[in-house]
Design a protein around this ligand. Structure first.
Ligand code: TNX
Length: 534
């Protein structure tokens, strides 16, 4: 099968595609059947999605006895191949090899087999995309697929712009459509605190929004139904100006240095009241969130003496462990006592910051020497962090800015003049632009430095919302780049080449329109109709 065939029009690109002859058309009289009741919710989800994606209404799913195969039949069972096993860490603690599935489109119907209910859902996601592209008609053939990396996520800043619950749901929908499986919610920062904590009303008072604990539970359930795990982050000990505004006795704030937005706002580990606060917050969060991981932040504790920072992180890690959870922390936490149980999220591209890289150019070109000195002084330590992670045997989550930061401005011009105006406003201009093609140009092995392959948890994109003012802004930064991120996680060692990905984006775009998402019409892709690459 060539990439010109409709069966290949799937993002991320499947591991194995075998073409058949002819096609099968989904009609309202098709029977949607499941081999066991556990698959009914998965089938219901598919039915609802398909109505939006392809305008096809299937009847309600039914449990069919062994041997009675409906037009679309779903089973949990063994799947042979592709040879590559999924590696990495699951954010929900499940077996990494639980997403393997097979989709067979034959003359008389469709069969989806997955090793778990989640794997069946991933196969049905392939089917959604194919049905949307073919307007309900599926090319015959067989797809066998599994992701290369187990943790494939998005870190979403809900602080700088308060992302309403309904918009978080839409982000989950976009993640699920691209087979991404983690939504990391950055819930607290200098500007605000976005989760209500019982007994601490001052944290959220006066802000334009915060999630109630019930809303948080709702989001966890909404995401779980779409096989996305929510990992919550409380950013400590830096980035805590919102805490210190309400409770100045807990730490130290200082004016911004050198005209840079490097805010000093740190909780002080040597004040006993800090630990009453941290234990209460993390205790409530651990009770609220079913995920085995809690993200402790740990980034950019500007102005905090190193020994104090390490003391803080060590004790906070102990608090999380004591609550029966495991820790994720931003890169800087690898300088404290993290070990094989902890996940360290690597983000600082020192090379790109100071000198620039071949593809994107560096921030160094756009900063004054004084400012650059300040940054290099703070971020200089970052050069040794991959070695520290390797030495300590911690797990590595890859989010290097140059590839995974979706708050970089779009590097491509837009075909839509209104979006071309948005482009100069959206994303931090500091970074320079990144094109869709540059995004795909990534070497996972190089990004890991000395960390051995078996310690790689996975990848996460990050969307920081300093420049976001509405849902449309957020979606314009997200799409279509998130589709590229999905490609890098699913096929980390061998992502689809740009001409293939570019074609897939173009054929998928009408589906985004049907869902009502805003997306960036990057020049260089032939939206929305295109000829397959030669
Ligand atoms: C650094 S990345 C931050 C965020 C900013 C971001 C802007 C990280 C762990 N911290 O607070 O929003 O840069 O790209």
């Amino acid at each position: 099968m060539t990439d010109g065939d409709v069966a290949a029009a799937v993002i991320p690109a499947p591991a194995l595609i075998e073409a058949g002859e002819g096609s099968f058309t989904l009609t309202p009289t098709a029977v949607l059947s499941v081999a066991e009741p556990a698959l009914l919710p998965v089938a219901e989800r598919f039915r609802a999605d398909l109505a939006t994606d392809a305008g096809v209404s299937l009847p309600a799913p039914e449990v069919a006895p062994e041997g009675t195969v409906g037009s679309i039949h779903l089973t949990i069972g063994g799947v042979d191949g592709p040879a590559r096993p999924t590696r990495g860490l699951r954010a929900d603690g499940a077996d990494p090899d639980g997403e393997r599935h097979e989709v067979v489109v034959a003359e008389d119907g469709v069969r989806v087999v997955g090793v778990t209910a989640e794997a069946v859902h991933r196969g049905l996601t392939t089917l959604r995309q194919l049905a949307a592209v073919g307007a309900g008609t599926l090319e015959r053939g067989r797809i066998v697929d599994a992701p290369e990396l187990a943790w494939r996520g998005l870190s979403l800043d809900v602080v700088r712009w308060f992302v309403p619950v309904a918009e978080v749901e839409r982000v989950v929908d976009v993640l699920s459509l691209h087979k991404l499986n983690v939504l990391h919610l950055h819930l607290t920062d200098n500007e605000a605190w976005r989760l209500e904590i019982d007994g601490w009303p001052g944290l959220t008072e006066g802000d334009e929004g915060a999630y109630t604990q019930d809303e948080f539970r709702h989001l966890v359930d909404y995401a779980r139904e779409r096989f996305v795990t929510i990992v919550p982050e409380i950013d400590l000990p830096g980035h805590t100006a919102a805490v210190l505004a309400a409770h100045p006795e807990l730490g130290v704030t200082a004016p911004t240095e050198g005209g840079l937005p490097l805010r000093v706002a740190n909780l002080d580990p040597d004040r006993p009241a800090v630990w009453a606060f941290v234990e209460e917050v993390l205790g409530q969060l651990a009770a609220l969130s079913p995920a085995p991981f809690v993200h402790l932040g740990g980034d950019e504790a500007f102005g905090m003496p190193t020994d104090q920072y390490e003391r803080f992180v060590d004790r906070a890690v102990g608090v999380v462990r004591g609550l029966g959870k495991r820790v994720v922390g931003w890169q800087e936490t690898c300088r404290a006592e993290v070990g094989p149980d902890e996940v360290v999220q690597h983000w600082i591209d020192v090379g790109a910051l100071a000198g620039g890289d071949a593809a994107g150019g560096g921030a160094g070109d756009r900063l004054s020497p004084e400012v650059l000195d300040l940054l290099v002084a703070h971020f200089g330590d970052a050069l040794g962090d991959l070695d520290r992670i390797a030495e300590k045997g911690a797990l590595l989550l890859l989010s290097p800015t140059t590839t995974f930061y979706l708050d970089q401005p779009h590097g491509d011009p837009s075909l839509d003049p209104a979006q071309e105006a948005d482009r100069s406003r959206l994303g931090l201009q500091f970074y320079g632009g990144r094109t869709l093609e540059q995004l795909l140009d990534w070497d996972v092995a190089a990004a890991m430095g000395a960390v051995p392959p078996e310690r790689l948890a996975g990848v996460e994109a990050a969307l920081w919302c300093e420049t976001v003012e509405c849902a449309e802004d957020l979606e314009l930064l997200l799409l279509p780049r998130l589709a590229g991120v999905a490609e890098l996680g699913w096929n980390a060692s061998a992502p689809a080449p740009w001409p293939d990905h570019r074609w897939r984006l173009a054929v998928q775009a009408p589906m985004w329109d049907r869902a009502g998402w805003s997306w960036f019409r990057a020049a260089g892709v032939d939206w929305p109709e295109t000829e397959p690459p030669a």
